[in-house]
Design a protein around this ligand. Structure first.
Ligand SMILES: Cc1cc2nc3c(=O)[nH]c(=O)nc-3n(C[C@H](O)[C@H](O)[C@H](O)COP(=O)(O)OP(=O)(O)OC[C@H]3O[C@@H](n4cnc5c(N)ncnc54)[C@H](O)[C@@H]3O)c2cc1C
Length: 422
């Protein structure tokens, strides 16, 4: 089944949906090199991979198990390293329609006092060469999916579950619930619970991290004055932290509460009771309690991880995004890494090596960075959740850090650039 074009995001000037309505062409009929790649999964990793490959002349068949591109009601921070890749795919005008560009990330201690501030806005763009934006996850998926559906080189099959990948007549064959898809490589972008990962000898399995995220969005107009601004706020408490920032052009506030929990199921999300969040909120400062008082519609997410040091590829199959290296969200880099992966994978496949050589080069190029980001996320989690005594030292250290010093620590992360070349 071919996907319907998702609706255009809420209009701001410079709407460009008209260029996005071309019908998808079957694989092989695109303008490309005659080379076809199959992508399993139509999340951020899969859609970005399809677009990056199409940009380099490949034809792409993409199988997504859901019948329409949908996303949970939650926000996403897109840091400059990822924004740069999306802009390189020609998506910056579409993103500008749905993104908010916060002024800063503010870090707060348990009393609510601001301890430190990482400037964003114009300073982020000047320092890292691309903006830092926040948006609704559904808006990013809609931008990516519309571009994929408009590309004559990409055939999108929704309602088609990937079952297994094996060598086939064109090199590799993806068996799906809707029949086989053939190409020279299969890219598994099927998320943290990846089914295709099982076919790789030596691949990791998703593991419990002992943490859980509660997420919701609240209409900004329902919140007390003074609690709504154009910033990302991180509030740190013993064993918990809260992230909040505006999305949907400032009309909604995205709220994430993370805490320790043994709860773990193989699932993305399920509804959470208000009691669970209210019990946690009793330990929060009064401003945050006022903010959370109006919040409903919580979902809870067991935070699972996939260690980046295991096998990601074999001769014709490679993992990408969360399937390869799902990480704790404490550096807000999971989607960013998926987007970076897509650019690097497309670069290596286009570079003229054999497919096994290209997939190996992709994994070798990406693994050290994925490991470093996983380590950073883990460390951030420990810092955010420090107990009251160690938090005193943390708070003092943060108060003493200059904005420039805080930005410098992020240069390696946000200053990343995709490989130059084909
Ligand atoms: C609380 C929280 C906050 C976060 N905040 C941020 C943030 O601010 N910034 C950031 O960069 N990252 C953030 N992340 C991480 C980010 O959400 C993930 O890293 C990202 O969504 C991974 O994208 P993906 O495409 O690899 O996987 P997914 O989003 O899981 O997509 C996988 C896709 O594959 C499909 N699929 C699965 N199995 C099959 C199959 N067998 N056949 C066909 N299709 C299949 C699924 O339906 C889905 O569409 C956060 C994560 C959490 C939990």
């Amino acid at each position: 089944m071919t996907a319907p074009v998702p609706p255009a995001p809420a209009a701001r000037p410079a709407a460009n949906a008209a260029a996005r309505t071309a019908a998808p062409a079957p694989a092989g009929e695109g303008p490309g090199s005659g080379r076809t790649v199959v992508v399993a999964g139509g999340g951020i990793a899969g859609l970005t991979t399809a677009l990056a490959l199409a940009q380099r002349g490949f034809s792409v068949s993409l199988a997504e198990r859901t019948t329409a591109f949908t996303e949970v009601g939650a926000g996403l921070q897109i840091s400059p390293n990822a924004y740069r890749v999306l802009a390189g795919l020609g998506l910056d005008a579409d993103l500008a329609n749905v993104m908010t560009f916060p002024e800063s990330v503010d870090l707060h201690g348990a009393s609510g006092t601001r301890l430190a501030r990482v400037p964003l806005g114009g300073q982020a763009t000047a320092r890292w060469g691309a903006p830092y934006g926040v948006l609704h996850r559904a808006d990013l998926i809609a931008v990516l999916a519309r571009a994929a559906l408009a590309s004559p080189a990409i055939t999108v099959h929704t309602g088609m579950r990937a079952l297994r990948a094996a060598p086939g007549p064109a090199g590799m064959r993806l068996e799906t619930s809707g029949g086989p898809l053939d190409g020279e490589a299969v890219i598994a972008a099927d998320g943290v619970w990846s089914q295709l990962r099982n076919a790789l000898s030596g691949a990791a399995t998703a593991r419990q991290t002992g943490r859980i995220a509660y997420r919701t969005t609240v209409p900004a107009e329902a919140l007390p004055a003074g609690l709504v601004d154009l910033r990302v706020h991180a509030h740190m408490f013993p064993d918990a932290h809260v992230i909040r920032y505006p999305i949907s052009g400032g009309r909604q506030i995205n709220i994430v509460v993370v805490t320790a929990s043994p709860w773990f199921v193989e699932d993305w999300s399920s509804p959470a009771s208000l009691d669970e969040v209210n019990t946690l909120a009793r330990t929060f400062d009064s401003d945050l309690q006022r903010l959370l008082a109006g919040a409903t519609g919580w979902t809870r997410w067991p935070l699972a991880g996939v260690p980046a040091d295991a096998v990601w590829n074999d001769a014709g199959l490679a993992l990408i995004g969360d399937a390869a290296h799902a990480t704790l969200p404490f550096a807000a880099q999971g989607a960013a890494m998926a987007i970076e992966d897509a650019a690097v994978l497309a670069h290596h496949l286009a570079a003229g090596r054999s497919v096994p050589g290209a997939l190996a080069a992709y994994a070798a190029a990406r693994r050290p960075r994925a490991q470093r980001i996983q380590a950073l996320s883990e460390k951030n989690g420990q810092i955010y959740h420090m107990g009251a005594l160690t938090a005193l030292a943390r708070d003092t250290a943060l108060r003493l850090m200059s904005e420039d010093a805080l930005m410098r620590r992020l240069d390696w992360l946000y200053g990343w650039r995709p490989p130059a070349g084909p």
